[in-house]
Design a protein around this ligand. Structure first.
Ligand code: CP
Length: 288
C-alpha cells in the first residue's frame, strides 16, 4: 500500500468494510491470530504517536512479531543510508515493512528493494494513505457518505501529506474537495484533480459539509513568514464557526496544536470526530 492513488474505488470500499467487520468482531481474530509467526518491521524514521502505536497494536492483535526500528535506535544514527538499511532488512525473513520517512516517496524506494509488502505510514509531504482510509471510515461510521460530500481542508496544505492523500482519495470516492489557507500554504497543483481554493474561512465553511483542520508543519517550513496571530485570526476553527455554518463533522489527523489551527478543547465538541479517527486507526490498520 504505497499510495491511495493506486487503490481502486472498490478496494477502498472493501478496506472500509473490512475495518468495520474487524472492529465489531475483535474476539474472533484475536483468538485466531492470522499473522502468527509473521515478522513485521515498523521502520519509523520520523516521529509518530498515532500511526506507530495503532499499527503496533493492530499487528499485536493479529498475532505478528513486531520489530521496531527508528533513526534513534538503528545504525542510521551512525550514518547508514536508508537504502542500505532497507537492503539489510531485506536479508532477513520479513513478511511486511511498515515505513514512515520525512523524505517524499521513500516508500517507493522501499518497495523497489524489499521482497515483501510495503505499507506507507506517512511519506514526507507526499502521501499518508492509511490516514485517508481511516478518515473515510470515520465519516461513514458517522453516517456521512462520500459521494458528493463537500470537504474543505483548512490549514497548512502545502506541507501536508494528509492533504495530498485526502484530495486523491476523497475525489476518487466522489467527494468535492476544497482547500482554505493563506496563499503561502497553497500548493501549486494537485495534478489533474480540480480543487477549489478559498482564502476566506467563512466563504469556505459556507460551502462545506465537513472540515478537516491541519496543523502548521513547522518542521517543513522553508522560509514562509507566518504571522501566527494573524493566522489564528483568519484560519482558526472554532466551535462557534462550525455551528454557525452547519458543519456536519470536524476531522483533524493530529497532532493537534490547540489554540492555533483549532480552539482549545474542540476535540470534544459535538461534531468533532477527532478521537474517533484516532480509535479507528487500529481497525483500519488491522484491515490493511
Ligand atoms: N496522523 C498521524 O500520522 O499522526 P502521527 O504523526 O502521530 O502518527
Amino acid at each position: 500500500l504505497l499510495n491511495i492513488d493506486r487503490l481502486k474505488k472498490s478496494q477502498i470500499s472493501d478496506l472500509i468494510q473490512k475495518a468495520f467487520f474487524l472492529k465489531e468482531n475483535r474476539d474472533l481474530f484475536q483468538q485466531n491470530k492470522p499473522l502468527k509467526d509473521k515478522n513485521i518491521i515498523l521502520l519509523f524514521l520520523e516521529p509518530s504517536t498515532r500511526t506507530k502505536t495503532s499499527f503496533e497494536i493492530a499487528a499485536t492483535f493479529l498475532g505478528a512479531n513486531i520489530i521496531n526500528i527508528t533513526s534513534a535506535n538503528s545504525s542510521i544514527l551512525k550514518g547508514e543510508t536508508t537504502e542500505n538499511t532497507l537492503r539489510t532488512l531485506n536479508s532477513y525473513p520479513v513478511d511486511a515493512l511498515i515505513m514512515r520517512d520525512s523524505i517524499d516517496n521513500s516508500h517507493e524506494l522501499a518497495a523497489s528493494i524489499m521482497n515483501c509488502p510495503v505499507i506507507n505510514a506517512g511519506s514526507g509531504k507526499s502521501s499518508h494513505p492509511t490516514q485517508n482510509l481511516i478518515d473515510m471510515m470515520t465519516l461513514n461510521e458517522a453516517k456521512i457518505f462520500l459521494q458528493d460530500l463537500k470537504l474543505t481542508i483548512v490549514g497548512d496544505v502545502s506541507h501536508s501529506r494528509v492533504a495530498r492523500s485526502s484530495v486523491a482519495g476523497f475525489s476518487k470516492m466522489g467527494s468535492n474537495v476544497s482547500i482554505c489557507c493563506p496563499d503561502y500554504f497553497k500548493p501549486d497543483t494537485f495534478g489533474e484533480i480540480d480543487v477549489q481554493y478559498f482564502e476566506i474561512l467563512n466563504e469556505a465553511l459556507d460551502h462545506s459539509d465537513v472540515v478537516m483542520a491541519l496543523r502548521i508543519q513547522n518542521e517543513r517550513l522553508s522560509g514562509e513568514k507566518v504571522d501566527i496571530d494573524k493566522y489564528i485570526q483568519r484560519f482558526q476553527i472554532t466551535e462557534k464557526l462550525l455551528i454557525e455554518n452547519n458543519i456536519k463533522a470536524l476531522l483533524h489527523p493530529g497532532p493537534l496544536n490547540e489554540d492555533i489551527e483549532v480552539e482549545k478543547n474542540i476535540w470534544k465538541s459535538k461534531n468533532s470526530l477527532i478521537m474517533n479517527q484516532v480509535e479507528n486507526g487500529i481497525w483500519m490498520r488491522c484491515a490493511v
